[in-house]
Design a protein around this ligand. Structure first.
Ligand code: GLY
Length: 313
């Protein structure tokens, strides 16, 4: 068996620009993951700690920077999956959680369940010292107010074009994700999100649902997806990409094929960006978005690779 070179791939959401300062933060997060993998740590730890770093940065739609819903409240979704055991943990529509990805990992490792929602997740956060009253960063609040005003005035909000009924409710999403493989060939994947801006309160997207935004299986690979949750959920996209990789297709082919497929089904209207690592240790990434900050690094490299994700229209 060929030796696996530990590696990690990260995305910072479908709408955020593939440029500074997003790339600078993703670089710090990828270095954190590589530090863990280089010292013999697990893919699970690399994914957890990298995403935790991004959750603490107000510019990403996850953790502290998550977009408020239609009522101006932040409800968080996240998931983590261990490809060795096929165990997963997730939280949904959770308020006041300091690190959604760390709480999802607690669900995976400390409970008999996979998904804990709403007030249950908040209670669990208290039990594990992960409760923190959410304070929406000023810049995010201002962006939210601007979008709400535009919707009320009937103006076009490109980020929300896929949602046809939102202006009726209003009188907009990004996510972070990571996939890593360690020296044992174990794969982990995780995704964390505020969902979509202006979602209805209680709306749960693709992120915490196993096989939708995220999946990991050592016999196939690992995947994290960002984009229009309702489309990702309908097509169980992460699991579809995993099934292609299980059949022996490389991550590059599986991610590119899936973006083409969804483009065809939706006329290219559903935002989508995908990152993956296959069981052979190859990485792949494809998207139909103009933006999406992303980076890849393995333990032999001294700096990450940027701007490689294939754009498919
Ligand atoms: N993909 C993030 C969401 O739709 O919630």
């Amino acid at each position: 068996m060929t030796e696996i070179v530990p590696k990690i791939i990260i995305h910072g959401g479908a709408i955020n620009p593939d440029s500074e300062p997003f790339l600078e933060e993703i670089k710090s997060a990828i270095f954190e993951g590589i530090k863990i993998l280089k010292t013999g740590g697990t893919a699970l730890d690399a994914v957890t700690e990298s995403l935790y770093m991004l959750e603490q940065k107000p510019i990403f739609n996850a953790g502290i920077g998550a977009w408020p819903n239609l009522k101006g409240e932040v409800e968080l979704d996240s998931i983590i999956m261990d490809g060795r055991s096929l165990k997963a943990g997730a939280i949904a529509a959770a308020k006041n959680v300091k690190s959604p990805i760390k709480l999802a990992r607690k669900v995976m490792e400390e409970t008999d369940h996979i998904l804990i929602v709403g007030s249950g997740a908040e209670e669990l956060a208290k039990a594990f010292g992960l409760f923190e009253l959410h304070k929406i960063p000023e810049e995010r609040l201002k962006q939210w107010q601007d979008i709400k005003r535009s919707l009320k005035e009937g103006k076009d909000v490109p980020m929300l074009n896929y949602w046809k009924k939102i202006s009726k409710w209003a009188s907009i999403g990004d996510t972070i994700g990571a996939v890593a493989i360690d020296k044992e060939g174990s794969i982990a994947a995780g995704t964390s999100s505020g969902g979509f801006p202006m979602k209805l309160p209680g709306r749960v997207g693709d992120v915490p649902l196993i096989g939708c935004s995220t999946y990991a299986d050592n016999n196939a690979g690992g995947v994290s997806i960002t984009g229009q949750g309702e489309v990702i959920m309908t097509h169980l996209l992460a699991k579809k990409i995993i099934d292609l990789m299980k059949d022996g297709y490389y991550a590059k082919f599986a991610t590119e094929w899936m973006v083409s497929y969804i483009n065809e089904l939706t006329g290219g209207k559903a935002l989508l960006a995908v990152i993956a690592i296959d069981k052979f240790g190859n990485f792949g990434s494809a998207r139909n978005t103009d933006k999406t900050p992303h980076a890849f690094m393995d333990v032999t490299m001294d700096k990450p690779l940027f701007h490689f994700s294939k754009i498919i229209r």
